[in-house]
Design a protein around this ligand. Structure first.
Ligand code: SAH
Ligand code: SF4
Length: 423
């Protein structure tokens, strides 16, 4: 979502006369868009600020901090880095052009940390430049679930869904910029709800079906889903809507019911597996991906083994796994059953060994088979291009096979842990 937000800030500023540069020393304005989800991401901000301060001492540049660290630690940023010109939370970045105008008039600006997602989306602007074949589109923001480890409900605010017409308008403008694949985004994307043309309340499956009627859109994905919001209609969409890709990112975090309960995930390991079984019955080819946290307070060896058992049971095609990170202000941060860092490290490495081998096993099944690849960009090597299969695998191909934006049938000859190749 931060990637999408940064793109939107760039679109806004481009429409206000700014031009994007990849060269930091050329910039008149530097915006650091931050993530607060884990401590490591937050700490990165202060090292980046120190580096940019040196540049700012030499040259008249404006420096801004946006995103969730700005939201959660605006005051600390002001005191630790008073040279930052302005601070804007994730729901207020539509006000950046106005803030820049005020700064240019010599006015002092206070951190903008309001929660008005409605106002934000109403004031965003569409870009005009070629974007490439794929794009994110935020359809939902914020979260009401309050998992005990997570900062999102505090930094992004309450759940908010954009309307079908606004989302479709944005997608039409993206297709004009070359986009043929959209990934619908939300912290709880499958909690999206909105009114159809008859005024009836509908869920994500309906929105996906509406988007699939846009001719230039060839592929649809969505992320991140919560197991509790995986309704029947959405599960069936994975069979009924051909443009919906056979890939589902459905975080489970832990395989231990004790830990799931302490995390306030509101489902058991068995219930998660039942959802997966249902999805696989509907579409046996679906590739599954998940998020995992090891070392949540109170997690013992048995709880960890339960997570490994769940992973063995489900067989994931892709995954994201993290050591539990204490986040200020969350209920889990004050539990006195914190797990030592060394145990977290050990568990993460064991967990990843299992997950990575499943990923490799999943990829190996494709050798000798054909996959549909949407070509996204040039590859790392000469004469190489890179695209994605329907299952989200990166596929490296010779550049005489097609051009960026094409969808081509490719015969897989090599499969690594992280990618496929056709040589
Ligand atoms: N809404 C999604 C997740 C959004 S946050 C869901 O409910 O699944 C993305 C991922 O970051 C989470 O799935 C979780 O695995 C990880 N994460 C969030 N807070 C964390 C923390 N305090 N420590 C470690 N990982 C965390
Ligand atoms: Fe965070 Fe996701 Fe839980 Fe919401 S549902 S609190 S975003 S982990």
């Amino acid at each position: 979502m931060n990637f999408y937000d940064s793109e939107k800030m760039s679109d806004l500023l481009t429409n206000h006369g700014y031009e994007r540069t990849e060269v930091q020393d050329d910039a008149d304005l530097i915006i650091i868009n931050t993530c607060h989800i884990r401590e490591k991401a937050s700490e990165k901000l202060f090292s980046d600020l120190g580096r940019i301060k040196k540049l700012k001492d030499k040259k008249d540049i404006k420096l801004a901090v946006t995103g969730c660290v700005a939201q959660a630690e605006g005051d600390q940023i002001k005191s630790r880095a008073p040279y930052v010109d302005f601070i804007t939370g994730p729901q207020s970045y539509h006000r950046i052009p106005e803030t820049l105008r005020e700064l240019s008039l010599g006015k002092k600006v206070s951190p903008i940390l309001e929660f008005h997602p409605n106002e934000k989306f109403d004031n965003l602007e569409y870009g005009k430049e070629y974007k490439g074949p794929t794009s994110f589109v935020t359809i939902q923001e914020g979260c009401d679930k309050f998992c005990t480890f997570c900062v999102v409900p505090y930094t992004r605010g309450a759940e908010f869904s954009r309307s079908i017409s606004e989302i479709k308008d944005e997608i039409y403008s993206l297709t004009d910029q070359g986009v043929c694949e959209v990934t619908l985004l939300g912290q709880n994307v499958n909690s999206w709800h909105g009114l159809d043309t008859l005024g009836n309340e509908r869920g994500l499956a309906h929105l996906i079906s509406e988007i699939s009627s846009i001719e230039k859109i060839k592929r649809i994905r969505y992320t991140t889903s919560h197991p509790l919001d995986m309704d029947e209609e959405l599960i069936h969409a994975h069979k009924n809507i051909s443009k919906l890709m056979p890939y589902l990112h459905l975080p489970v975090q832990s395989g231990s019911d004790k830990i799931l309960n302490a995390m306030n995930r509101r489902h058991t390991a068995k219930e998660y597996i039942q959802i997966i079984d249902k999805i696989r019955k509907i579409n046996p080819n679906i590739a599954l991906s998940g998020d995992f946290i090891v070392g949540f307070p109170g997690e013992n060896d048995k709880d960890f083994e339960d997570t490994i058992d769940l992973i063995e049971n489900v067989q994931f095609a892709q995954s994201y796994s993290f050591k539990y990170s204490i986040r200020p202000g969350t209920p889990a941060s004050i539990l006195d059953t914190q797990v030592p860092e060394s145990t977290k490290k050990e568990r993460l490495s064991k967990l990843q060994k299992v997950l990575f081998s499943q990923q490799h096993k999943f990829n190996l099944k494709f050798i000798g088979n054909e996959v549909n690849v949407l070509i996204e960009k040039t590859g790392g090597r000469e004469n190489q291009i890179m695209g994605r299969s329907e299952y989200m695998q990166s596929v490296y191909i010779n550049d005489n096979v097609g051009s960026i934006g094409d969808i081509k049938k490719i015969k897989v000859t090599h499969a690594g842990q992280n990618s496929l190749k056709s040589l």
